[in-house]
Design a protein around this ligand. Structure first.
Ligand code: ADP
Length: 495
């Protein structure tokens, strides 16, 4: 280990691929980002071209590596963080995908899911996987591809096809087809993986009509995932860390102790709470998932997903034209009075946890002639605040009350939002100094896998607080606002 060593994070997201190089003290020394097109073949369907995913990962990694090399840094190991659940099937001989990637947001398998639910399989799936029955997860997407691509089921049976989430596909490509593996966090989002005994589950494979022959091997998050083929970067770099993006953010936020919790505010918002070695079964429709697995020991997490967070701000910008850029919402919201009585329920694509109502649609309630742009802007930001409060209350009802929230993602640039979050949660909210938490988590796992740090405690020592907001609102004001929000939500729920 030397001061010129660096760790490379490949953060393959839903709308862009990013590569970041971190020095061993956690400083970003190089980065590159490339957006890529979304493919919408039909309403409710979302696909990515796997070759485009690969091309953007390769070119951003090359750019970041070149920049790091120019600064005198040498890559020690690679860590991968990825959009979760997105499903790819490829040919083991050629490496070519047999169909576009089916993206996590894709709803095409809703009918299959409804049939499975009607047949009473929800409980079995939840007990084994910790997940709800929903098209969101990989299993039904995988079966759909095998049924849609000509001859795929026969080719799968003869062992010539491979399945993977995006991490697995990238590892295959990066290693020149030498390694077909995934990590426990990504496996836990497929709906095929038993999170208790940490194995692919034969009952689930039967239930979802998925053959065992195409599955990757499941490894720890900090483990040996092979090395890059020299053809890609001119040198062979070990791949030593892998996690789904939200779990990588959990690591990047150093949420290593039971009860610690992070919430990431991008397009959607994802709150993940460390529950230690105990998988907590939620009575409030939160997901039980693998937080990370290190040294063969599983740390579990409870997760709540909010479907529209930053995307509500985008709607104000692109749909309503109330603001020209996202950052303008802060001053506008701050200019509204304190008691506006306006509530915006952003159920543009339904509501996620804890409501899980795919058919609900959005509403703005409490309009009077005194309501203008500022009040709508404030209600838009507050909708993410209240949805976070809903998740916190669901966690509390499951016996795990968060006492401090670590936050990250694009929306957390907004200080008004951070203060309102602290006020409505009634707990302090902290944004870290390293804002690139997902990438930092991937790099951190790679560092653990490469022996840079002996364990999570050493990695946690690199975490520093950036901004902090403490709750100031009176409890009565908070309770009244939350009650009014819940009344607004009830107006849009369909069941
Ligand atoms: P993703 O990784 O999902 O693309 P990011 O973490 O990059 O998301 O965050 C981008 C989101 O944050 C966008 O939806 C944008 O509307 C929102 N956003 C960016 N800046 C602000 C701001 N100052 N206030 C509120 N929302 C913001």
């Amino acid at each position: 280990m030397s001061a010129s060593d660096c760790l490379i994070a490949l953060d393959q997201g839903t709308t862009s691929s990013r590569a970041l190089c971190f020095s061993l003290d956690g400083t970003v020394i190089a980065q590159a980002q490339q957006e890529f097109p979304q493919i919408y073949p039909q309403p409710g369907w979302v696909e990515h071209d796997p070759e485009v995913i690969w091309a953007t990962v390769l070119s951003t990694a090359r750019q970041a590596l070149a920049e790091a090399a120019a600064k005198g840094f040498r890559p020690l190991a690679i860590g991968v963080a990825n959009q979760r659940e997105t499903t790819i099937v490829w040919d083991r001989a050629t490496g070519a995908a047999i169909h576009n990637a089916i993206v996590w947001q894709d709803r095409r398998t809703a009918g299959v899911v409804q049939r499975l639910a009607a047949a009473g399989h929800e409980e079995t799936v939840a007990a084994k996987t910790g997940l709800v029955l929903d098209p969101y997860f990989s299993a039904t997407k995988l079966a759909w591809i095998l049924d849609a691509a000509p001859g795929a089921r026969e080719r799968a049976a003869s062992g010539s096809l491979a399945f993977g989430t995006v991490d697995s596909f990238l590892i295959w490509r990066l290693t020149g087809g030498r390694v077909h593996a995934t990590d426990a966090t990504n496996a836990s989002r497929t709906s095929l993986f038993n999170i208790h005994d940490q194995t692919w589950d034969t009952d689930l494979l039967d239930l979802f009509s998925c053959p065992a022959s195409i599955l990757p091997e499941v490894r720890d998050c900090a483990a040996d995932f092979g090395s890059t083929d020299p053809a890609h970067f001119g040198l062979s770099i070990p791949i030593r860390g892998v996690a789904g993006d939200q779990q990588a953010a959990l690591v990047g936020q150093a949420c290593f102790s039971p009860g610690s919790v992070k919430s990431t505010y991008g397009t959607g918002a994802f709150m993940v709470l460390n529950t230690g070695t105990r998988p907590v079964r939620s009575a409030n429709r939160l997901l039980t998932t693998v937080g990370y697995r290190l040294g063969g020991v599983v740390t579990y997490a409870l997760e709540g997903s909010v479907l529209s967070a930053g995307s509500t701000v985008q709607w104000l910008r692109d749909g309503l034209g109330l603001i020209a850029k996202a950052s303008e919402i802060e001053a506008l919201a701050a200019s509204a009075g304190d008691m506006t009585g306006v509530y915006l329920v952003p159920a543009f694509t339904g509501l996620g946890a804890p409501y899980w109502d795919p058919d609900a649609r959005g509403a703005i309630l409490g309009l009077t002639r005194g309501v203008g742009r500022a009040e709508i802007a404030r209600a838009a930001l507050e909708s993410t605040v209240y949805q976070t409060r809903d998740l916190c209350d669901a966690m509390a009802a499951d016996g795990l009350s968060p006492t401090l929230l670590r936050v990250d993602g694009g929306m957390t640039a907004n200080v008004w939002f951070l203060q309102r979050l602290a006020d409505i949660l009634g707990t302090p909210v902290v944004r870290p100094a390293i804002l690139e938490t997902t990438a930092f988590g991937a790099a951190g796992l790679a560092g653990l896998g490469a022996g840079v740090w002996s364990g999570p405690e050493e990695l946690a020592a690199l975490w520093r607080a950036g901004a902090e907001a403490a709750p100031k609102a009176a409890a009565a004001e908070r309770d009244a606002a939350v009650a009014a929000w819940r009344a607004a939500v009830r107006r849009v729920l369909t069941a």
